[in-house]
Write a new protein. Structure first.
Length: 325
């Protein structure tokens, strides 16, 4: 079997500065990491594959730059993330309590304030999101814009405060206006867990076991109820998940999925605390993750073909680990 990670290089401070995935060949992935010399914070991740048009050369397939230099706060708030493959930047702005207030895409390295008219020219998968909070820290509204003509506003409703009020921090309704128009509602049990929610007209009931872990969800769909349930091992980890289409067993770092009498397996590989590969019936794939551990690069180890994801609005097609309802 070919190796998964053939080399890992560390800095004098123990930081990973390079990882090489796989043996030499068309799919050998090299990932380089650089850090801010003053703070030690991650500054850049570059991923490269062999250039099939120029043997012996590497071609950059991902270059995500985390910039902390001129608008970075002392508390570690990220102010922008630049995708070096096309120089699209995701910009972040915070309020006085370090809560995210604005997030938007730009091609000018966040030089200008976001505007609806500028969304369309802000690169791939453009967006501009805004978040508002009340004096107690509850989110009262968020606005999601994907173009000058497509805006969705969500307003949150909470219980009125008072001596007998319960769970005043938990929203009871979310009202959508704009591109989407609807009202979603939520209720809670005495432990604060979501007991029932209505999303776009579909009601789901949730149950929890005696250890306050998620036990089941019953979606009252138009075609009939759809039940999902979880069974846990002695340590509290999810052991078996049963959903309307089959069952999944989580054991020994693998997932065994039974659907219609057929069992398939998915295995995840971790090295120095990070996810590096996934193997299933379709083959083996290298995974590159961002600073939060979310996959944003996938490479087919058989062909060298890759899929790069530059914004959080898109998702790499990787068999997901199923947690929660």
């Amino acid at each position: 079997m070919d190796p998964y990670v053939t080399a890992t290089t560390f800095s004098n401070y123990g930081e990973v500065v390079q990882q090489v995935y796989g043996a030499a060949g068309i799919s050998q992935l090299t990932r380089n990491y650089t850090y801010d010399s003053s703070t030690g914070r991650l500054a850049n991740i570059t991923s490269k594959l062999p250039n099939q048009q120029q043997p012996g050369q590497l071609a950059s397939v991902q270059n995500d730059t985390y910039t902390y230099t001129y608008t970075y706060s002392a508390t570690g708030d990220i102010t922008r993330i630049t995708d070096g493959t096309d120089n699209q930047t995701q910009c972040y702005r915070y309020d006085g309590q370090h809560r995210l207030a604005e997030a938007w895409t730009a091609m000018d390295a966040c030089a200008a304030n976001p505007t609806s008219s500028a969304i369309g020219a802000s690169g791939k998968y453009p967006y501009w999101d805004s978040y508002n909070f009340d004096a107690s820290g509850r989110r009262t509204q968020d606005i999601h814009r994907t173009s000058a003509s497509s805006t969705t506003t969500r307003d949150y409703t909470y219980p009125a405060p008072g001596a007998t009020a319960q769970r005043v921090h938990a929203p009871t309704a979310v009202t959508y206006t704009g591109a989407i128009s609807r009202i979603d509602t939520m209720t809670y049990d005495s432990g604060g867990n979501t007991q029932q929610r209505t999303i776009n007209g579909t009601v789901t009931d949730f149950t929890f076991n005696t250890e306050n872990r998620f036990s089941g969800a019953n979606v009252h769909a138009a075609g009939g109820d759809q039940l999902t349930s979880h069974l846990y091992d002695a340590s509290g980890a999810t052991l078996i998940r049963t959903d309307p289409t089959g069952k999944t067993l989580y054991a020994a770092g693998q997932e065994y999925r039974e659907t219609g009498g057929t069992v398939t397996a998915t295995r995840y590989y971790v090295q120095v605390g990070g996810l590096v590969a996934v193997r299933n019936s379709s083959g083996c794939f290298w995974l590159g993750t961002d600073r939060q551990g979310s996959p944003n690069l996938m490479v087919n180890t058989a062909t060298g073909r890759h899929n790069v994801v530059g914004t959080p609005l898109m998702a790499v097609t990787v068999p997901p680990k199923a947690f929660g309802p």
